[in-house]
Design a protein around this ligand. Structure first.
Ligand code: 13P
Length: 282
């Protein structure tokens, strides 16, 4: 079932756990994420687009994600990740996305505020909630580049307070040493900075780049206002590893469905592990 509104996000923030946001590129990743949410019975966000639209096509991926969420028993939101494009944001909102992320982090502060404020108006007009980014998260969204956060603009707590007040966003993605994709050296978060941002802003915080993040760093983030955690590379790795391992037995003219199913099931298992990590201790 589709869940709208900020209830799940706010509950996670109040209770010290987090909503997983899983990036989906295709049929098997949407199915794997949905199956994980069903197995856990926990709220999950399917992050369909913006970058995955380049592969799947916008309309196709929108329909795939929304139909899967609506048909499922699990509480699922459908979210647009990292969009710089107001037309794309409007298209997803009009189709029924329950939340969007506008990413003006590459812009000067005043321009980021202006873009985010307009996206916020559109999201709220559609009854959706919105996440924005301040500071720049290192790395690439679609491949692991072994980037590190040196040189990336960290989120400034005072600017974060000004930004959330000026834009009215519902959640804020922060740059506190986090990196998109796997890295050679373990990532260390600036937890003091994260705590200062948490004290300064009234909205839940979002941590991007959770793949490969040491457990202690993740726990530290959950204790400092992070109520949504984005995961992508971990699911990609699970999917490709399962497909690669299955291929030697799969002759070109044999059962391709079994190969795709192996990828789908690996995504489900990886997503389920993350859901449990982010859930309240039972
Ligand atoms: P990872 O690829 O490191 O999991 O990051 C995902 C992400 O932040 C998507 O926005």
């Amino acid at each position: 079932m589709l869940i709208s509104g900020t209830d799940a996000l706010r509950r996670a923030a109040a209770e010290g756990h987090a909503l997983p946001g899983f990036v989906a590129y295709n049929l098997e990743t949407v199915q794997g994420i949905t199956a994980a949410a069903e197995a856990a019975g926990r709220p999950v966000l399917i992050q369909a687009g913006s970058s995955p639209f380049k592969h799947a096509g916008r309309d196709a991926l929108i329909r795939l994600a929304l139909d899967a969420a609506a048909a499922s028993d699990a509480p699922l939101g459908v979210h647009l990740d990292h969009s710089r494009d107001l037309d794309e944001i409007t298209a997803c909102l009009s189709a029924g996305y329950t939340s969007v992320m506008v990413d003006g982090s590459h812009l000067p502060f005043a321009e980021n505020v202006a873009l985010t404020r307009e996206a916020t108006r559109r999201a709220h007009d559609h009854g959706a909630w919105i996440e924005a980014e301040l500071g720049a998260i290192a790395g690439d969204e679609d491949v692991s580049t072994d980037a590190d956060a040196r040189g990336a603009a960290m989120t400034d707590p005072r600017q974060a307070a000004e930004f959330t007040a000026a834009t009215g966003v519902d959640a804020l993605a922060v740059a506190v040493g986090n990196v998109h994709g796997f890295t050679r050296d373990p990532v260390r978060l600036d937890l003091d900075r994260l705590a200062a941002i948490h004290r300064a802003v009234p909205v839940p915080l979002v941590l991007h780049g959770a793949s490969g993040l040491p457990e202690a760093e993740l726990r530290g983030a959950l204790a400092r206002g992070v109520a949504k955690v984005n995961v992508n590379a971990e699911l990609r790795r699970a999917y490709l590893t399962a497909v690669r391992d299955r291929l030697p037995d799969a002759l070109p003219d044999s059962d391709a469905v079994a190969v795709w199913a192996a990828g789908r099931d690996a995504v489900r298992d990886a997503a389920l592990r993350v859901i449990h990590q982010l859930s309240p201790a039972s």
